[in-house]
Design a protein around this ligand. Structure first.
Ligand SMILES: Cc1cc2nc3c(=O)[nH]c(=O)nc-3n(C[C@H](O)[C@H](O)[C@H](O)COP(=O)(O)OP(=O)(O)OC[C@H]3O[C@@H](n4cnc5c(N)ncnc54)[C@H](O)[C@@H]3O)c2cc1C
Length: 496
Protein backbone atom coordinates (compact mmCIF):
# COMPACT_ATOMS: atom_id res chain seq x y z
CA UNK A 1 0.00 0.00 0.00
CA UNK A 2 1.27 3.49 -0.80
CA UNK A 3 0.77 5.15 2.57
CA UNK A 4 2.07 8.46 1.27
CA UNK A 5 -0.46 8.50 -1.52
CA UNK A 6 -3.78 10.14 -1.04
CA UNK A 7 -6.24 9.09 -2.47
CA UNK A 8 -6.32 5.77 -4.25
CA UNK A 9 -2.87 4.27 -4.31
CA UNK A 10 -3.81 1.52 -6.73
CA UNK A 11 -3.87 4.14 -9.47
CA UNK A 12 -0.23 5.09 -8.86
CA UNK A 13 0.81 1.43 -8.73
CA UNK A 14 -0.94 0.82 -12.02
CA UNK A 15 0.79 3.84 -13.55
CA UNK A 16 4.19 2.65 -12.26
CA UNK A 17 3.62 -0.77 -13.84
CA UNK A 18 2.73 0.91 -17.10
CA UNK A 19 6.04 2.78 -17.02
CA UNK A 20 8.49 0.01 -16.05
CA UNK A 21 6.48 -3.19 -16.53
CA UNK A 22 5.23 -5.60 -13.85
CA UNK A 23 8.69 -7.05 -13.17
CA UNK A 24 10.08 -3.59 -12.48
CA UNK A 25 7.71 -2.85 -9.57
CA UNK A 26 7.45 -4.53 -6.19
CA UNK A 27 5.65 -3.68 -2.99
CA UNK A 28 6.32 -7.00 -1.24
CA UNK A 29 7.40 -6.43 2.35
CA UNK A 30 10.56 -8.49 1.94
CA UNK A 31 11.67 -6.32 -0.99
CA UNK A 32 10.83 -3.07 0.77
CA UNK A 33 12.80 -4.20 3.84
CA UNK A 34 15.86 -4.79 1.67
CA UNK A 35 16.00 -1.00 1.25
CA UNK A 36 15.61 -0.17 4.95
CA UNK A 37 19.31 0.54 5.44
CA UNK A 38 22.31 1.88 3.61
CA UNK A 39 25.48 2.10 5.73
CA UNK A 40 24.08 4.90 7.95
CA UNK A 41 24.86 3.88 11.52
CA UNK A 42 21.38 4.70 12.83
CA UNK A 43 19.51 2.59 10.27
CA UNK A 44 21.91 -0.31 10.84
CA UNK A 45 21.41 0.02 14.60
CA UNK A 46 17.62 -0.04 14.20
CA UNK A 47 17.82 -3.30 12.30
CA UNK A 48 20.40 -4.71 14.72
CA UNK A 49 18.14 -3.98 17.68
CA UNK A 50 14.80 -4.96 16.19
CA UNK A 51 13.42 -1.44 15.71
CA UNK A 52 11.02 -1.16 12.76
CA UNK A 53 12.83 1.06 10.25
CA UNK A 54 11.22 3.34 7.67
CA UNK A 55 10.81 1.56 4.36
CA UNK A 56 9.60 2.65 0.94
CA UNK A 57 6.04 1.72 -0.01
CA UNK A 58 7.08 0.52 -3.42
CA UNK A 59 10.38 -0.20 -5.16
CA UNK A 60 10.77 0.43 -8.88
CA UNK A 61 13.65 -0.60 -11.12
CA UNK A 62 13.75 1.43 -14.34
CA UNK A 63 16.10 0.63 -17.24
CA UNK A 64 15.87 3.85 -19.20
CA UNK A 65 16.32 7.52 -18.37
CA UNK A 66 12.88 8.34 -19.76
CA UNK A 67 11.32 5.85 -17.34
CA UNK A 68 13.06 7.62 -14.45
CA UNK A 69 11.67 10.94 -15.66
CA UNK A 70 8.18 9.45 -16.06
CA UNK A 71 8.30 8.02 -12.52
CA UNK A 72 9.20 11.45 -11.16
CA UNK A 73 6.42 13.05 -13.19
CA UNK A 74 3.98 10.58 -11.65
CA UNK A 75 5.35 11.19 -8.14
CA UNK A 76 4.97 14.94 -8.59
CA UNK A 77 1.38 14.60 -9.85
CA UNK A 78 0.40 12.45 -6.88
CA UNK A 79 2.59 14.24 -4.31
CA UNK A 80 4.43 11.00 -3.44
CA UNK A 81 8.04 11.05 -2.20
CA UNK A 82 10.62 9.60 -4.61
CA UNK A 83 14.07 8.53 -3.43
CA UNK A 84 16.96 7.47 -5.68
CA UNK A 85 19.04 4.44 -4.66
CA UNK A 86 22.37 3.59 -6.30
CA UNK A 87 24.40 0.89 -4.58
CA UNK A 88 23.15 1.74 -1.08
CA UNK A 89 26.73 2.07 0.20
CA UNK A 90 26.34 5.66 1.39
CA UNK A 91 26.92 6.37 5.07
CA UNK A 92 24.65 9.40 5.56
CA UNK A 93 21.21 7.79 5.19
CA UNK A 94 20.84 9.63 1.88
CA UNK A 95 19.16 6.76 0.03
CA UNK A 96 16.62 5.91 2.74
CA UNK A 97 12.94 6.43 1.99
CA UNK A 98 12.31 8.22 5.28
CA UNK A 99 8.74 9.17 4.37
CA UNK A 100 7.86 6.05 2.39
CA UNK A 101 6.77 6.52 -1.20
CA UNK A 102 8.65 5.31 -4.27
CA UNK A 103 12.20 4.07 -4.03
CA UNK A 104 13.90 4.20 -7.43
CA UNK A 105 16.63 1.55 -7.60
CA UNK A 106 18.89 2.66 -10.45
CA UNK A 107 21.05 -0.47 -10.82
CA UNK A 108 19.30 -1.58 -14.02
CA UNK A 109 20.33 1.70 -15.60
CA UNK A 110 23.69 0.08 -16.20
CA UNK A 111 24.64 0.50 -19.87
CA UNK A 112 28.10 1.59 -20.87
CA UNK A 113 27.27 3.88 -23.78
CA UNK A 114 30.65 4.91 -25.19
CA UNK A 115 34.36 4.93 -24.49
CA UNK A 116 35.91 7.66 -26.62
CA UNK A 117 39.54 6.56 -26.94
CA UNK A 118 40.47 9.75 -28.81
CA UNK A 119 39.28 12.16 -26.14
CA UNK A 120 39.68 9.72 -23.21
CA UNK A 121 36.11 9.95 -21.96
CA UNK A 122 33.43 7.46 -20.99
CA UNK A 123 29.67 7.89 -21.15
CA UNK A 124 27.53 5.51 -19.11
CA UNK A 125 24.16 5.24 -17.44
CA UNK A 126 24.25 6.30 -13.82
CA UNK A 127 23.37 2.96 -12.22
CA UNK A 128 26.42 1.12 -13.58
CA UNK A 129 28.50 -0.58 -10.90
CA UNK A 130 31.83 1.12 -10.23
CA UNK A 131 33.99 -1.99 -10.56
CA UNK A 132 32.23 -3.18 -13.73
CA UNK A 133 32.78 0.24 -15.25
CA UNK A 134 36.47 0.32 -14.27
CA UNK A 135 37.09 -3.17 -15.70
CA UNK A 136 35.58 -2.18 -19.05
CA UNK A 137 37.66 1.00 -19.13
CA UNK A 138 40.85 -0.91 -18.16
CA UNK A 139 40.39 -3.16 -21.21
CA UNK A 140 41.11 -0.07 -23.33
CA UNK A 141 44.29 0.68 -21.35
CA UNK A 142 42.48 3.47 -19.51
CA UNK A 143 41.21 4.21 -16.00
CA UNK A 144 38.51 6.39 -14.46
CA UNK A 145 41.03 6.92 -11.61
CA UNK A 146 38.18 7.06 -9.08
CA UNK A 147 39.02 4.35 -6.53
CA UNK A 148 36.73 4.63 -3.48
CA UNK A 149 36.93 1.74 -1.02
CA UNK A 150 33.31 1.04 -1.98
CA UNK A 151 34.06 0.62 -5.70
CA UNK A 152 32.68 -2.94 -5.68
CA UNK A 153 29.25 -1.84 -4.49
CA UNK A 154 28.79 1.84 -5.45
CA UNK A 155 27.40 3.20 -8.73
CA UNK A 156 28.53 5.98 -11.04
CA UNK A 157 25.55 8.15 -9.99
CA UNK A 158 26.39 7.40 -6.36
CA UNK A 159 29.97 8.63 -6.92
CA UNK A 160 28.67 11.96 -8.16
CA UNK A 161 25.64 12.53 -5.93
CA UNK A 162 27.65 13.15 -2.70
CA UNK A 163 30.84 14.43 -4.44
CA UNK A 164 32.78 11.30 -3.57
CA UNK A 165 36.50 10.76 -3.43
CA UNK A 166 38.83 7.84 -4.16
CA UNK A 167 42.29 6.90 -2.91
CA UNK A 168 43.96 8.59 -5.92
CA UNK A 169 42.02 11.85 -5.69
CA UNK A 170 45.06 13.91 -4.70
CA UNK A 171 46.32 13.63 -8.28
CA UNK A 172 43.20 12.82 -10.29
CA UNK A 173 40.53 14.78 -8.42
CA UNK A 174 37.23 13.91 -6.79
CA UNK A 175 34.27 12.57 -8.80
CA UNK A 176 33.12 16.16 -9.30
CA UNK A 177 36.44 17.00 -11.00
CA UNK A 178 36.14 14.08 -13.43
CA UNK A 179 32.66 14.79 -14.80
CA UNK A 180 32.14 16.59 -18.10
CA UNK A 181 28.42 16.36 -18.68
CA UNK A 182 25.19 14.97 -17.22
CA UNK A 183 21.71 13.89 -18.16
CA UNK A 184 19.27 14.49 -15.31
CA UNK A 185 15.61 13.67 -14.62
CA UNK A 186 14.03 16.63 -12.85
CA UNK A 187 11.46 16.34 -10.06
CA UNK A 188 8.67 17.48 -12.41
CA UNK A 189 9.37 14.71 -14.92
CA UNK A 190 11.53 16.57 -17.46
CA UNK A 191 14.74 15.04 -18.79
CA UNK A 192 17.53 17.58 -19.35
CA UNK A 193 21.17 17.60 -20.49
CA UNK A 194 23.94 19.93 -19.42
CA UNK A 195 26.44 21.25 -22.04
CA UNK A 196 28.65 18.53 -23.61
CA UNK A 197 31.85 19.62 -21.83
CA UNK A 198 32.41 21.24 -18.48
CA UNK A 199 34.58 24.10 -19.70
CA UNK A 200 32.31 26.84 -20.98
CA UNK A 201 31.41 30.42 -20.34
CA UNK A 202 27.77 29.87 -21.11
CA UNK A 203 26.23 30.77 -17.81
CA UNK A 204 26.73 29.11 -14.45
CA UNK A 205 27.79 25.49 -14.17
CA UNK A 206 24.33 23.85 -14.12
CA UNK A 207 25.96 20.44 -13.60
CA UNK A 208 27.05 21.55 -10.14
CA UNK A 209 23.42 21.74 -9.02
CA UNK A 210 23.12 17.98 -9.36
CA UNK A 211 26.65 16.89 -8.43
CA UNK A 212 26.50 17.07 -4.65
CA UNK A 213 22.73 17.42 -4.22
CA UNK A 214 22.36 13.73 -3.28
CA UNK A 215 19.19 13.22 -5.28
CA UNK A 216 17.32 16.14 -3.70
CA UNK A 217 17.16 18.21 -6.92
CA UNK A 218 16.86 15.45 -9.51
CA UNK A 219 18.20 12.08 -10.54
CA UNK A 220 21.39 11.73 -12.59
CA UNK A 221 20.60 9.22 -15.35
CA UNK A 222 23.79 9.42 -17.44
CA UNK A 223 27.25 10.92 -17.07
CA UNK A 224 30.28 11.57 -19.26
CA UNK A 225 33.53 11.35 -17.34
CA UNK A 226 37.15 12.04 -18.26
CA UNK A 227 39.61 9.15 -18.25
CA UNK A 228 43.36 8.75 -17.94
CA UNK A 229 45.76 6.22 -19.44
CA UNK A 230 46.65 3.43 -17.04
CA UNK A 231 49.98 4.57 -15.61
CA UNK A 232 53.26 3.16 -16.98
CA UNK A 233 54.47 2.78 -13.41
CA UNK A 234 53.30 3.20 -9.82
CA UNK A 235 55.95 3.77 -7.12
CA UNK A 236 55.39 3.88 -3.38
CA UNK A 237 57.49 5.05 -0.44
CA UNK A 238 56.68 5.06 3.27
CA UNK A 239 57.97 7.21 6.10
CA UNK A 240 57.38 7.44 9.79
CA UNK A 241 57.48 10.85 11.46
CA UNK A 242 58.04 11.41 15.18
CA UNK A 243 54.69 13.23 15.33
CA UNK A 244 51.78 14.35 13.20
CA UNK A 245 52.91 17.98 12.91
CA UNK A 246 56.07 17.05 10.99
CA UNK A 247 54.01 14.79 8.76
CA UNK A 248 51.50 17.56 8.05
CA UNK A 249 54.30 19.98 7.26
CA UNK A 250 55.86 17.43 4.87
CA UNK A 251 52.52 17.06 3.09
CA UNK A 252 52.10 20.83 2.88
CA UNK A 253 55.56 21.29 1.38
CA UNK A 254 55.02 18.48 -1.14
CA UNK A 255 51.68 19.92 -2.29
CA UNK A 256 52.89 23.50 -2.47
CA UNK A 257 55.98 22.49 -4.49
CA UNK A 258 53.87 21.55 -7.54
CA UNK A 259 54.56 17.86 -6.90
CA UNK A 260 51.50 15.73 -7.63
CA UNK A 261 51.54 12.48 -5.71
CA UNK A 262 48.71 10.11 -6.62
CA UNK A 263 48.67 9.01 -2.96
CA UNK A 264 49.64 10.94 0.13
CA UNK A 265 48.20 9.30 3.20
CA UNK A 266 49.31 10.41 6.63
CA UNK A 267 48.03 8.51 9.67
CA UNK A 268 48.08 10.15 13.09
CA UNK A 269 49.91 8.36 15.90
CA UNK A 270 46.74 6.73 17.26
CA UNK A 271 45.65 5.42 13.89
CA UNK A 272 49.18 4.25 12.99
CA UNK A 273 48.99 1.99 16.05
CA UNK A 274 45.30 1.05 15.97
CA UNK A 275 44.90 0.64 12.21
CA UNK A 276 48.17 0.47 10.27
CA UNK A 277 49.96 -1.91 12.60
CA UNK A 278 46.90 -4.13 12.92
CA UNK A 279 45.98 -4.32 9.24
CA UNK A 280 49.45 -4.21 7.66
CA UNK A 281 51.29 -6.10 10.40
CA UNK A 282 53.87 -3.34 10.92
CA UNK A 283 55.18 -1.99 14.25
CA UNK A 284 55.18 1.73 13.58
CA UNK A 285 55.66 4.18 16.42
CA UNK A 286 54.84 7.70 15.22
CA UNK A 287 52.88 9.13 12.29
CA UNK A 288 52.95 6.83 9.25
CA UNK A 289 52.98 8.30 5.75
CA UNK A 290 52.54 6.41 2.52
CA UNK A 291 53.10 8.30 -0.69
CA UNK A 292 52.96 7.23 -4.30
CA UNK A 293 53.80 8.67 -7.70
CA UNK A 294 52.72 7.30 -11.06
CA UNK A 295 53.20 7.88 -14.79
CA UNK A 296 56.39 7.77 -16.86
CA UNK A 297 59.07 6.04 -14.74
CA UNK A 298 61.62 8.84 -14.98
CA UNK A 299 59.08 11.52 -14.00
CA UNK A 300 57.62 9.46 -11.13
CA UNK A 301 61.12 8.76 -9.86
CA UNK A 302 62.14 12.41 -10.02
CA UNK A 303 58.98 13.51 -8.18
CA UNK A 304 59.51 10.86 -5.52
CA UNK A 305 63.12 12.00 -5.07
CA UNK A 306 61.97 15.58 -4.37
CA UNK A 307 59.30 14.40 -1.95
CA UNK A 308 61.78 12.12 -0.15
CA UNK A 309 64.10 15.06 0.41
CA UNK A 310 61.25 17.05 1.96
CA UNK A 311 60.33 14.16 4.28
CA UNK A 312 63.95 13.55 5.30
CA UNK A 313 64.50 17.24 6.13
CA UNK A 314 61.49 17.08 8.46
CA UNK A 315 62.72 14.02 10.37
CA UNK A 316 60.81 11.36 8.43
CA UNK A 317 62.42 7.93 8.68
CA UNK A 318 62.45 6.29 5.23
CA UNK A 319 60.89 2.82 5.40
CA UNK A 320 61.51 2.12 1.73
CA UNK A 321 59.07 1.02 -0.95
CA UNK A 322 57.84 -2.38 0.33
CA UNK A 323 55.43 -1.10 3.04
CA UNK A 324 53.81 1.29 0.56
CA UNK A 325 53.37 -1.47 -2.01
CA UNK A 326 51.89 -3.66 0.72
CA UNK A 327 49.50 -0.83 1.64
CA UNK A 328 48.40 -0.52 -2.02
CA UNK A 329 47.67 -4.28 -2.19
CA UNK A 330 45.62 -4.07 1.02
CA UNK A 331 44.19 -0.56 0.64
CA UNK A 332 40.56 -1.67 0.94
CA UNK A 333 41.06 -4.21 3.74
CA UNK A 334 40.62 -1.50 6.38
CA UNK A 335 36.92 -1.20 5.54
CA UNK A 336 35.92 -4.86 5.41
CA UNK A 337 35.78 -7.82 7.84
CA UNK A 338 37.60 -8.57 10.04
CA UNK A 339 38.97 -5.00 10.33
CA UNK A 340 35.86 -2.86 9.80
CA UNK A 341 33.91 -1.24 12.62
CA UNK A 342 30.49 -2.73 13.22
CA UNK A 343 27.47 -2.85 15.55
CA UNK A 344 27.01 -2.61 18.44
CA UNK A 345 29.91 -0.10 18.54
CA UNK A 346 28.86 3.49 17.82
CA UNK A 347 31.21 5.10 15.32
CA UNK A 348 31.32 7.69 12.58
CA UNK A 349 33.65 9.26 10.04
CA UNK A 350 33.38 13.02 10.53
CA UNK A 351 35.61 13.96 7.56
CA UNK A 352 36.26 17.62 6.87
CA UNK A 353 38.71 19.75 4.89
CA UNK A 354 40.50 23.00 5.64
CA UNK A 355 43.38 25.17 4.50
CA UNK A 356 46.87 24.24 5.67
CA UNK A 357 46.83 27.16 8.07
CA UNK A 358 43.81 25.73 9.93
CA UNK A 359 44.12 21.97 9.68
CA UNK A 360 46.35 21.22 12.69
CA UNK A 361 44.11 23.27 15.03
CA UNK A 362 40.99 21.62 13.60
CA UNK A 363 42.46 18.16 14.15
CA UNK A 364 43.53 18.91 17.72
CA UNK A 365 40.20 20.49 18.63
CA UNK A 366 38.28 17.44 17.39
CA UNK A 367 40.62 15.03 19.12
CA UNK A 368 40.21 16.94 22.36
CA UNK A 369 36.44 17.10 21.91
CA UNK A 370 35.98 13.37 21.37
CA UNK A 371 38.48 12.19 23.97
CA UNK A 372 37.55 14.68 26.70
CA UNK A 373 33.92 15.70 26.25
CA UNK A 374 32.87 12.09 25.62
CA UNK A 375 35.29 10.54 28.11
CA UNK A 376 32.40 9.04 30.10
CA UNK A 377 31.77 6.87 27.02
CA UNK A 378 35.46 5.96 26.62
CA UNK A 379 35.31 7.55 23.18
CA UNK A 380 38.45 7.22 21.05
CA UNK A 381 39.54 9.31 18.08
CA UNK A 382 41.71 8.31 15.12
CA UNK A 383 42.48 10.26 11.96
CA UNK A 384 44.32 10.20 8.69
CA UNK A 385 44.88 12.88 6.08
CA UNK A 386 44.35 11.41 2.64
CA UNK A 387 43.04 13.84 0.03
CA UNK A 388 45.42 16.74 -0.44
CA UNK A 389 44.95 19.94 -2.37
CA UNK A 390 47.43 22.68 -3.27
CA UNK A 391 45.78 24.78 -0.51
CA UNK A 392 44.94 22.27 2.21
CA UNK A 393 43.90 18.77 3.08
CA UNK A 394 40.98 16.54 4.02
CA UNK A 395 41.00 14.91 7.43
CA UNK A 396 39.34 11.49 7.57
CA UNK A 397 38.69 11.22 11.29
CA UNK A 398 36.63 8.80 13.29
CA UNK A 399 35.10 8.59 16.73
CA UNK A 400 34.52 5.18 18.24
CA UNK A 401 32.38 4.34 21.28
CA UNK A 402 32.63 0.63 21.94
CA UNK A 403 29.74 0.43 24.41
CA UNK A 404 26.97 2.89 23.48
CA UNK A 405 23.62 2.99 25.34
CA UNK A 406 21.52 -0.12 24.81
CA UNK A 407 18.27 1.79 24.45
CA UNK A 408 17.94 2.62 20.71
CA UNK A 409 16.54 6.12 21.31
CA UNK A 410 19.32 6.98 23.74
CA UNK A 411 21.86 5.58 21.30
CA UNK A 412 20.49 7.82 18.52
CA UNK A 413 20.63 10.85 20.80
CA UNK A 414 24.25 10.17 21.72
CA UNK A 415 25.04 9.58 18.04
CA UNK A 416 23.51 12.95 17.10
CA UNK A 417 25.19 14.73 20.01
CA UNK A 418 28.66 13.54 18.96
CA UNK A 419 27.99 14.41 15.32
CA UNK A 420 26.67 17.89 16.14
CA UNK A 421 29.70 18.64 18.29
CA UNK A 422 32.23 17.18 15.84
CA UNK A 423 30.78 18.93 12.78
CA UNK A 424 30.48 22.28 14.60
CA UNK A 425 34.10 21.96 15.76
CA UNK A 426 35.22 21.39 12.16
CA UNK A 427 33.31 24.46 11.00
CA UNK A 428 34.56 26.61 13.91
CA UNK A 429 38.12 25.87 12.77
CA UNK A 430 37.71 26.81 9.13
CA UNK A 431 36.55 23.37 7.99
CA UNK A 432 33.49 22.10 6.17
CA UNK A 433 30.49 20.09 7.39
CA UNK A 434 31.58 17.15 5.27
CA UNK A 435 34.20 16.59 2.58
CA UNK A 436 33.15 13.54 0.54
CA UNK A 437 30.51 11.37 2.21
CA UNK A 438 27.70 13.88 1.81
CA UNK A 439 25.02 15.25 4.12
CA UNK A 440 22.02 12.92 3.78
CA UNK A 441 19.76 12.84 6.80
CA UNK A 442 22.71 12.59 9.17
CA UNK A 443 23.89 16.20 8.86
CA UNK A 444 20.88 17.87 7.20
CA UNK A 445 19.86 19.77 10.34
CA UNK A 446 23.24 21.58 10.31
CA UNK A 447 23.05 22.82 6.70
CA UNK A 448 21.22 26.13 7.40
CA UNK A 449 23.70 26.86 10.19
CA UNK A 450 26.71 25.94 8.02
CA UNK A 451 25.68 27.87 4.91
CA UNK A 452 24.36 30.84 6.90
CA UNK A 453 23.23 33.69 4.65
CA UNK A 454 23.70 31.46 1.56
CA UNK A 455 21.25 28.81 2.82
CA UNK A 456 18.04 30.59 1.59
CA UNK A 457 19.57 30.64 -1.91
CA UNK A 458 19.83 26.85 -1.90
CA UNK A 459 16.35 26.42 -0.40
CA UNK A 460 14.99 28.71 -3.15
CA UNK A 461 16.60 26.52 -5.82
CA UNK A 462 14.95 23.51 -4.20
CA UNK A 463 11.57 25.27 -4.11
CA UNK A 464 11.77 26.10 -7.82
CA UNK A 465 12.94 22.68 -9.01
CA UNK A 466 10.83 20.65 -6.61
CA UNK A 467 7.85 22.77 -5.53
CA UNK A 468 6.01 19.75 -4.11
CA UNK A 469 9.00 18.62 -2.04
CA UNK A 470 8.77 15.05 -3.34
CA UNK A 471 12.44 14.60 -4.28
CA UNK A 472 14.29 12.63 -1.59
CA UNK A 473 12.59 14.40 1.34
CA UNK A 474 14.32 14.65 4.71
CA UNK A 475 17.81 15.03 3.20
CA UNK A 476 20.31 17.89 3.05
CA UNK A 477 18.22 19.98 5.47
CA UNK A 478 15.54 21.07 2.99
CA UNK A 479 12.08 21.76 4.36
CA UNK A 480 9.84 18.69 4.36
CA UNK A 481 6.21 19.30 3.26
CA UNK A 482 3.79 19.34 6.22
CA UNK A 483 1.68 16.44 4.87
CA UNK A 484 4.77 14.20 4.80
CA UNK A 485 5.82 15.21 8.30
CA UNK A 486 2.35 14.31 9.54
CA UNK A 487 2.19 11.03 7.58
CA UNK A 488 2.25 7.56 9.09
CA UNK A 489 5.75 7.19 7.68
CA UNK A 490 7.28 10.06 9.63
CA UNK A 491 9.74 8.79 12.22
CA UNK A 492 11.66 10.28 15.12
CA UNK A 493 15.26 10.83 14.01
CA UNK A 494 16.25 11.99 17.49
CA UNK A 495 16.91 15.60 16.45
CA UNK A 496 16.11 17.70 19.51
C1 LIG B 1 33.11 0.08 2.82
C2 LIG B 1 32.81 1.48 2.32
C3 LIG B 1 33.85 2.27 1.85
C4 LIG B 1 33.59 3.55 1.37
N1 LIG B 1 34.62 4.27 0.85
C5 LIG B 1 34.39 5.46 0.28
C6 LIG B 1 35.44 6.18 -0.35
O1 LIG B 1 36.60 5.75 -0.39
N2 LIG B 1 35.14 7.38 -0.90
C7 LIG B 1 33.87 7.88 -0.89
O2 LIG B 1 33.64 8.96 -1.43
N3 LIG B 1 32.86 7.23 -0.29
C8 LIG B 1 33.08 6.03 0.27
N4 LIG B 1 32.05 5.35 0.86
C9 LIG B 1 30.71 5.94 0.87
C10 LIG B 1 29.85 5.54 -0.37
O3 LIG B 1 30.25 4.29 -0.85
C11 LIG B 1 29.97 6.53 -1.47
O4 LIG B 1 29.35 7.72 -1.06
C12 LIG B 1 29.36 6.06 -2.79
O5 LIG B 1 29.82 6.90 -3.82
C13 LIG B 1 27.87 5.98 -2.79
O6 LIG B 1 27.46 5.35 -3.99
P1 LIG B 1 26.13 4.45 -4.06
O7 LIG B 1 25.91 4.14 -5.50
O8 LIG B 1 26.20 3.32 -3.13
O9 LIG B 1 25.06 5.52 -3.59
P2 LIG B 1 23.84 5.35 -2.58
O10 LIG B 1 24.34 5.01 -1.22
O11 LIG B 1 22.81 4.47 -3.16
O12 LIG B 1 23.29 6.85 -2.58
C14 LIG B 1 24.03 7.91 -2.02
C15 LIG B 1 23.21 9.20 -2.21
O13 LIG B 1 23.16 9.54 -3.59
C16 LIG B 1 21.81 9.54 -4.07
N5 LIG B 1 21.88 8.95 -5.40
C17 LIG B 1 22.29 7.69 -5.74
N6 LIG B 1 22.29 7.58 -7.09
C18 LIG B 1 21.87 8.77 -7.58
C19 LIG B 1 21.66 9.29 -8.89
N7 LIG B 1 21.88 8.55 -9.99
N8 LIG B 1 21.22 10.57 -9.03
C20 LIG B 1 21.00 11.34 -7.95
N9 LIG B 1 21.17 10.91 -6.69
C21 LIG B 1 21.61 9.65 -6.52
C22 LIG B 1 21.02 8.74 -3.04
O14 LIG B 1 19.67 9.14 -2.98
C23 LIG B 1 21.77 9.10 -1.76
O15 LIG B 1 21.35 10.36 -1.31
C24 LIG B 1 32.27 4.08 1.39
C25 LIG B 1 31.23 3.28 1.87
C26 LIG B 1 31.49 2.00 2.32
C27 LIG B 1 30.34 1.17 2.82
Amino acid sequence: MLRSLNPPDTLALRELRAIVGDEGVTDREVDRLAYATDTYWVSQMWLDRGVTPPTPDVVVRPEEAQQVADILGLAARHGIPATPWGGGSGSQGGALALYGGILIDLKRLNRLIEIDTTSLTVTAQAGINGRTLEWAINKQGLTLAHYPASQNCATLGGYLAPRGSGVLSTKYGKAEDLVLSLEVALPDGRLVRTPPVSSHASGPQLMSLFVGSEGTLGIITEATMRLDPLPETRRFRSFVFPNIDQGLEAGRQIMTSRLRPMVLRLYDEASSVAVINRVLGTSVDGAYLVMGFDGYPEIAEAEEERARAICAALGGEDLGSAPGEHWWEHRYDFYYPPFHLHQPALYGTTDSAARFSNIAALYRAKKRLIEQDFAEWDATYIAHFSHWFPWGVMVYDRFIIRRPPEDPNEAVRLHNKVWDAAARTSVAHGGVLNEHHGIGVKLGRLMPEFLGSAWPVLQSVKDVLDPKGIMNPGKQGFEVPAHLKASANAIDMGHD
